[in-house]
Design a protein around this ligand. Structure first.
Ligand code: NAD
Ligand code: GLY
Length: 370
């Protein structure tokens, strides 16, 4: 952090009755971790779970802060990468917790991106039937999305996030200064989720992003504070109304259905998840226009915002049958339909079950609003 830069702090409360917790968003506030743990009543062994990439950058200040607050921290490192969000890595975490005498008074600190947050959170949810945990997200995606709302879990060889639990953290500590070291494509992936909130839930936020392309892409701190704090506020309000995804929370999957098909068809090599979601959002906004839910101008604004932030928005060249096959891949989905989220204008949405996915996608593949 530049000398003299202000340490802005915003606190957002996720209101879930006895599971409520604060999200603290600041700049250069990593050093407050130890005192926040003390204020949160966490008194046992502090077990920091991280990976070598994040450890090299941020473990030292985290450990210093914990030691300054009289903790004797233990560190468990997992390898870096989505493929390590697995049952084998989880087993190694349980081994580490047992070998280090982790007991019911112990608590876990997840220091890293969504991979670390998801698996560390699931270890916390399941070790000794649940011990407290704290999220310290260091990617933009984790700060605007995965650290908030309590979805924890691991992948199964047959699919992503198939094993998991809803388990809320005690608090979330976000230090925007950690984003300075984030690679460009990882930064973009987080921005895709922020744009998603704007398109389907908050027109003012969408317009803020439209008007601040340069500060956002340059990661200027004021813009970052607005993007991250607003995203956390929007996600919190959804989670407060539907913690376990009985209905409303599915709005957070906007753009993800087509995005997932893009990732699958391109073999998970060409696009990162957020980049594929951006393509999905551009395509669904085009469908919203076809369905009379959004105007031509609104649809062009969605695509323009995504493009101006640096996203690719065109659907890779596969047939509607290829996309429909993946989106409605099992018989049940083909018969019952797939729930699509469409934006209604900008800042609102509708959910609709689509049975004939192929016909719906014909418009996308023809390429309107490019
Ligand atoms: P990630 O955790 O793999 O992090 C991306 C890369 O950035 C990694 O190499 C990581 O080591 C590195 N990194 C982290 N912080 C850094 C920093 N400050 N500077 C430099 N490098 C840094 O990926 P992600 O995008 O953060 O998270 C993706 C995961 O999140 C997926 O597993 C996805 O399923 C999950 N997810 C969960 C939820 C949820 O609600 N729980 C929501 C969305 C996504
Ligand atoms: N990222 C989707 C959710 O938390 O529900």
């Amino acid at each position: 952090m530049e000398k003299g830069e202000r340490l802005a702090v915003e606190t957002i409360i996720v209101g879930l009755a006895e599971r409520s917790y604060p999200i603290q968003v600041g700049i250069g506030n990593l050093g407050s971790l130890g005192s926040l743990c003390r204020e949160g009543g966490l008194s046992g062994k502090a077990v920091v779970i991280t990976n070598p990439t994040v450890a090299a950058l941020y473990l030292a200040p985290v450990l210093r802060s914990l030691v300054d607050s009289d903790y004797e921290p233990i560190v468990l490192q997992i390898p870096d990468g989505e493929e390590y969000k697995s049952s084998e890595t989880l087993q190694q975490l349980y081994d580490g917790l047992i070998e280090n005498g982790g007991d019911r008074g112990s608590f876990i600190i997840a220091l890293g991106g969504g991979v670390v947050g998801d698996i560390a959170g699931f270890a916390a949810a399941t070790y000794l039937r649940g011990i407290p945990f704290v999220q310290v997200p260091t990617t933009l995606l984790a700060q605007v999305d995965s650290s908030v709302g309590g979805k924890t879990g691991i992948n199964h060889p047959r699919g992503k996030n198939l094993i998991g639990a809803f388990y809320q953290p005690k608090f979330v500590l976000i230090d925007l200064a950690t984003l300075e070291t984030l690679p460009e494509r990882e930064y973009l992936c987080g921005l895709a989720e922020a744009v998603k909130y704007g398109i389907v839930l908050d027109r003012d936020f969408f317009e803020f992003m439209e008007a601040h392309i340069q500060p956002i892409t340059e990661r200027q701190k004021d813009a970052l504070l607005r993007v991250v704090a607003t995203s956390c506020r929007i996600k919190s309000s959804v989670v407060e109304r539907d913690e376990r995804e009985g209905g409303l929370r599915a709005v957070l999957n906007y753009g993800h259905t087509i995005g997932h098909a893009v990732e699958t068809l391109t073999g998970y090599r060409r696009f990162k998840h957020g980049e594929a979601v951006a393509i999905g959002m551009a395509q669904v906004s085009s469908l919203a226009f076809q369905k009379g839910l959004a105007t031509d101008d609104e649809t062009r604004r969605v695509t323009a915002l995504l493009k101006n932030l640096g996203f690719f928005t065109e659907l890779p060249d596969y047939s509607p049958d290829d996309y429909a096959e993946i989106i409605g891949h099992d018989k049940k989905k083909r018969d019952d339909g797939v729930t699509f989220i469409f934006n209604r204008g900008i800042g609102d949405f509708v959910m609709e079950k689509i049975v004939d996915v192929r016909t719906l996608l014909l418009t996308c593949v023809r390429g309107e609003h490019r």
